[in-house]
Design a protein around this ligand. Structure first.
Ligand code: GLC
Length: 426
């Protein structure tokens, strides 16, 4: 071979090596680094702190089934807002260290529009979707694509002390009256606990009262919150502060649960997960808790829980999308969702599990509540939801702490939401 030919070959070799290296270090590439047969791949699953054994059990069951995939759980703070901020920082910087992320239902439009997720249309097939509840499936769909798989759904519920209250209230007025009449019984100190901190949980509690009093927030692309029904709905929340612990304006889900579980409150607004913890062996209120649908306000036709829930998506920058998918497929399968239902007390998104004997034995109320759960009402669906939520969080919290009236609060929110919609071109 001539020296010239050798040189050309050498340069070609160098170019090829540099191309391969640059491809594999380019973290915008989502190509899986397929492991050899016995190689163990570790994926990182990022999720909020779990007070139940569910996450641990799911990972154990998955690793047993897929010995070649290890799951590292990256635990984030409990609050959805803090989790959201962690993801926004990481994903907007192209961070590839997270493979699977647990996503709140409210994030799909924002994350999809920002192009941070792998579309899952081919993996989460039509057939799989048809076995799930329609609301959660709709919540992972945006712009004609599916971006995540629903892991569990959520809907607000009312917990009450059945050793004190024989029939749960149908309306919020009844609830307030019952609380005032019965506080002090069985060592209780407060009428109700709920989520009054300035964060997403407060938005859920407030919207639940607004919806349950016949109000709405946005319809189509019109802001519809400025109505007497919404103002009166929010007024209930302000009135609840008077029968709640002084610290309620700083409470998140777990603060409320702890106070209720210690036997200090008659009522609690929370999500279904609390049920299994309230009935655990070391719980002071074990066997003393009843559960009822969210009451309605005086102007409302029916109590209307807010739709919550969590989905699993794949970071677009993940280096292990295939292994990440295997994990999602398992966690959202019947086997995985059963673990979540039994160990975590979270509502399945698979319709079949609402007929599963073991699941119903542990969560007996699910069969009766099915109709209520599936009508849970979403929060506004928009890539600009974080801005909308910020305005609601700030204003609702000011209302709770007595800085502004319910009427002023609703006016402020209506103005902010109209501006956000106008800016977003809607
Ligand atoms: C629950 C819900 C979630 C909601 C959050 C608010 O985790 O599932 O959708 O945003 O509570 O704190």
């Amino acid at each position: 071979m001539s020296s010239k030919k050798l040189l050309v070959l050498f340069i070609t070799f160098l170019l090829t090596v540099s191309l391969i290296t640059s491809c594999s270090s380019n973290n915008t590439s989502s190509t899986s680094q397929t492991p050899s047969k016995n190689e163990v791949v570790t994926i990182t699953y990022s999720t909020g702190k779990d007070s139940t054994p569910a996450t641990k059990k799911l990972v154990e069951a998955f690793e047993k089934k897929y010995p070649n995939i290890k799951v590292k759980v990256q635990e984030l703070p409990n609050s959805t807002d803090e989790q959201h901020n962690t993801y926004v920082t990481a994903l907007s910087a192209g961070d590839s260290s997270i493979d699977v992320l647990a996503m709140d239902v409210i994030w799909t439009p924002e994350f999809a529009a920002a192009n941070w997720l792998l579309p899952l249309d081919d993996k989460f097939t039509e057939e799989m979707r048809s076995k799930m509840l329609p609301g959660p499936v709709e919540a992972v769909t945006y712009n004609g694509h599916v971006w995540a798989v629903p892991r569990f759904t959520d809907a607000g519920v009312l917990y009450y002390r059945k050793d004190i209250i024989s029939t749960p209230p149908q309306t919020w007025d009844e609830l307030i009256q019952m609380a005032k009449e019965n506080v002090g019984k069985e060592g209780t100190k407060y009428g109700i606990v709920f989520q009054g901190n300035q964060y997403e949980g407060l938005v859920c509690d407030a919207l639940e009262l607004i919806y349950s009093n016949g109000g709405s927030v946005i319809e189509g692309n019109k802001v519809t919150i400025d109505t007497p029904q919404a103002i009166a709905g929010l007024q209930y929340l302000i009135d609840l502060v008077k029968i709640a612990p002084p610290g309620v304006t700083t409470y998140q889900e777990e603060d409320a649960r702890n106070v209720f579980q210690q036997g200090e409150a008659i009522f609690m607004r929370n999500w279904p997960y609390a049920w299994s913890l309230l009935n655990s062996d070391d719980s002071p209120v074990k066997g003393k808790v009843g559960i009822a649908p969210i009451p309605r306000g005086k102007d409302g036709k029916e109590g209307s829980p807010v739709l919550g829930g969590w989905n699993l998506g794949i970071n677009k920058y993940s280096k292990h999308p295939e292994e990440a998918w295997k994990f999602i497929e398992f966690v959202t399968s019947e086997e995985g969702q059963k673990i979540t239902a039994l160990e975590g007390g979270n509502l399945p998104t698979l319709k079949s599990l609402y007929q599963d004997k073991e699941v119903l034995a542990k969560n007996p109320y699910w069969a009766d509540f099915y109709d209520v759960f599936i009508t849970a009402k979403p929060r506004p669906v928009s890539p600009f939801y974080p801005q909308m939520s910020d305005s609601m969080q700030i204003n609702f919290h000011k209302a709770l702490t007595g800085e502004i009236t319910a009427e002023q609060t609703i006016k402020n929110v209506a103005k902010d939401l109209s501006e956000i919609l106008a800016k977003s071109g809607k």
